[in-house]
Design a protein around this ligand. Structure first.
Ligand SMILES: [Fe+2]
Length: 370
């Protein structure tokens, strides 16, 4: 029997080579003064930032730059970006980058129009005023943030990642130009692509999945599974397909959220500074093995028709991604701490699951990963 279907996509999505330059003039529909938010290196060193600035000059749009997004952005990063946005009177934000730049852009969009601190807005639909519109130009093939309602930010006081979640922060337009992947490091393609694969699979297993989101989950899993190894070897033809897979996985998690794999991986990122996608990647195959014997046998077998757990391990060897916790310097004595962090990090994820897991369950999974 089919579940009810709810699907909401307010983002105008444009995907294709040269799509940024050919379509950027459309941003003038959304505002008069843009704050361009990006990281410290990639957009500037590759010339992408210059191209965007030139296109904005061509349409006579006022704009200001914030080039200080850090890889795992904090509350302070968002406050700084919002401060600049307020000073320059930004009524539009253009995010160039991976998940971090888009997360900061969404958070700043909220803070520009709503008094108070970001901490006040963690959770679902916690702010009143309509944020400034966000236009997303993703430069990695992972987060799917260009079409999602989430801004995931590190709360250093709480020692975990927290999420601002609202349909009002879904970007108004997402322009995905696969040519931006040309200059991306192969290891980053592997890491971000695996993040997207986790989105597709976790979304498939979520209680909130429906027939339509599962179509996107299956296709995303196929696109990423078939192409990620060659994409990480810097083949643009294959990277383009992983990019599309990450977009589809964004459609999925926007509706389903993630399940415990993301929550479990937060500890690896916060405590051991392991890249978000690589941390998820490490947790994925072991978590699927655990799920197979804990309530999710049928669903995991369904995924394995497209991508088996064994082939995930093989992919990691081919991409030289770590297969064990030891390879990323996590010691056995650290497991109880990671398990504790996982319980905390999974608060939201458990709402998307048929069952919840205890600290002991996480100790078991992390021990398998050792
Ligand atoms: Fe993710």
């Amino acid at each position: 029997m089919l579940n009810d279907i709810k699907f909401f996509l307010p983002t105008k999505v444009i995907f294709g080579k040269e799509s940024i330059i050919n379509n950027l003039s459309e941003v003038s529909k959304f505002g008069k003064t843009a704050l361009v938010i990006t990281g410290r290196r990639f957009a500037r060193s590759t010339g992408l930032l210059d191209s965007v600035c030139n296109a904005l000059k061509d349409i006579k749009m006022n704009f200001h730059l914030f080039e200080e997004v850090t890889p795992e952005p904090s509350i302070d990063d968002c406050a700084k970006a919002a401060h600049i946005g307020k000073i320059c009177g930004a009524d539009l934000i253009i995010a160039i980058g991976g998940g971090s730049a888009m997360d900061v852009a969404k958070a700043a969009a909220v803070l520009i129009r709503n008094e108070g601190k970001l901490q006040d807005y963690f959770g679902e639909e916690k702010f009143q005023n309509e944020p400034v519109p966000v236009i997303a130009l993703p430069t990695t093939c992972g987060s799917g943030s260009e079409v999602t309602k989430y801004a995931v930010i590190i709360d250093n006081d709480a020692n975990t990642k927290k999420t601002v979640s609202s349909e009002k922060i879904i970007p108004k337009m997402a322009i995905l130009d696969p040519l931006v992947l040309n200059t991306l490091d192969g290891s980053l393609i592997a890491g971000t692509g695996m993040d997207a694969l986790c989105h597709a699979i976790e979304g498939f297993l979520s209680k909130k999945a429906n027939h339509l989101t599962r179509i996107f989950s299956r296709e995303s899993t196929r696109l990423i599974g078939e192409n990620i190894v060659k994409a990480s070897d810097r083949s643009l033809e294959h990277a383009e397909k992983v990019f599309l897979g990450s977009l589809y996985a964004g459609f999925v998690i926007n509706h389903t959220g993630t399940i415990f794999i993301h929550g479990m991986a937060y500890g690896l990122t916060i405590r051991y500074k392991i890249h978000h996608g690589k941390a998820n990647a490490l947790c994925l195959p072991y978590s699927l093995q655990f799920l197979k014997t804990h309530t999710y046998k049928e669903e995991v077998e369904e995924i394995e028709k497209i991508l088996s757990i064994d082939s995930i391990f093989t992919m990691y060897k081919q991409m030289r991604l770590p297969l064990t916790l030891r390879e990323v310097n996590v010691k056995e004595k650290d497991i109880p701490i990671l398990a504790e962090m996982a319980v905390k990090g999974c608060e939201r994820a458990f709402k998307n699951m048929k069952t919840t897991f205890s600290k002991n369950d996480f100790v078991e999974i992390f021990s398998m990963m050792l």
